[in-house]
Design a protein around this ligand. Sequence first.
Ligand SMILES: Cc1cc2nc3c(=O)[nH]c(=O)nc-3n(C[C@H](O)[C@H](O)[C@H](O)COP(=O)(O)OP(=O)(O)OC[C@H]3O[C@@H](n4cnc5c(N)ncnc54)[C@H](O)[C@@H]3O)c2cc1C
Length: 417
Amino acid sequence: MNMSASIEEKADVVVIGAGIVGLACAWAALRDGARVTIVDRDFEGDRASHGNAGGIAVTESMPLAVHGMFTKAAKWLMDPLGPLALDWKHVPKALPWFMAFRRASEPERYQAISHALALLNNRVYDDLLPMFADIGASSMHYREGALTVYETDEAFAADQAEWMLKRELGVRWHAMNAQQVRECEPALASVFKHGVYLDDWSQVGDPRRIVTLLRERVRALGARFVTGVARAIEAPDAVVLADGMRVVGRRIVVATGAWSAALAQSIGDRVLLESERGYNTTLPKHGIKLTREVIFAERKFVASPLDVGLRIGGAAEFAGLDAPPNYRRSDALLALGKRFIPGIDDTDARKWMGHRPATPDSLPVIGASPRVPSVIYAFGHGHLGLTQSATTAALVADVLAGRMPRVPITPYSIARF
Ligand SMILES: Cc1cc2nc3c(=O)[nH]c(=O)nc-3n(C[C@H](O)[C@H](O)[C@H](O)COP(=O)(O)OP(=O)(O)OC[C@H]3O[C@@H](n4cnc5c(N)ncnc54)[C@H](O)[C@@H]3O)c2cc1C
């Protein structure tokens, strides 16, 4: 191993991470004329960006830390296969994250976070549609809205304040009664008393295919691919790989999803980042018809009609990056799916787990490192990485090119930690 080996030609930008966020950043920088190198430990391997629900969830402008959630959370934790799970061995490590999560639910902070999320979400289509058009993905992007359904009057009433705040933030929605829910999605069991139709939510047919098309496009635009595990950043311009190789670039973009904290730490930037592990099952032969994503409000799971099958998933499990998956969660979610969408065929079902890169305040980390300004962060998108990928990339491209970012990016700075 030659510790001084390096990739000779200095790129303008080295992007670490070839998930949807890193690839989108590379795409935007290439379109600005930059010479780009992308580093990933496995360009083809599985990642959060491959198996997610495929929702362009622009309506989700509230942090997860909803006031009053903690009573519910305590109840959820009693159910080993409920929507929230905690590996108790992981708790000491994750404690600062949970304390910050609690602070994010304080009313003033909650409002500020919601506004900052809405700033991103309200411009998602401005950035995403051109990217989809350029990579040839427009025909697998379906704009049918989404439907949130409620079994009880109580749960529907309890969510009203949140729906009103969403409307103030620019989210278009309208309420539906039981009959309208049945007409909107006839495949659902007739147990839903209320629905909320979300006009601006949309869906991609296969998130993995989007990643593949984007990867092929950035390669065609001239990006150079380096396979290796990034161990550290050596300020100001080098990425040090596990085999000792150094990849150099004038600017470095960190887009390694749930694995980003260690790289930030290597240049002294602190961040609170957890893997919020999510599960799903994809049913290629499901045999039912859903037109749009359905969100089951009380049970905290979703059913997404994709080109590759019906995907039923959800769950938030905090167990760190290395614990093996507990696919009984996928089974539990599938059982719920079968109960609320009767007649699903589960032949050839595929189970999956992915690491959502979660910050405690649900805001991504976007912008330059305060310590090493040549390092730009683009990670921590939690439940919204696909949704916010192109907008994050547009903001990163603005920073790289020295332009005024199209939305003020201070709320997303790593300095908040
Ligand atoms: C069950 C589930 C459902 C979801 N549904 C949706 C949805 O409907 N809509 C939505 O918008 N989002 C959704 N998400 C969230 C979304 O999938 C993520 O936010 C997004 O994929 C994160 O993308 P990323 O590029 O940051 O990370 P990743 O996709 O995890 O990519 C990170 C990349 O970095 C590489 N990497 C990591 N560490 C290193 C290293 N040290 N050296 C080299 N390479 C490294 C990895 O190999 C990987 O390629 C969902 C997530 C889950 C789990």
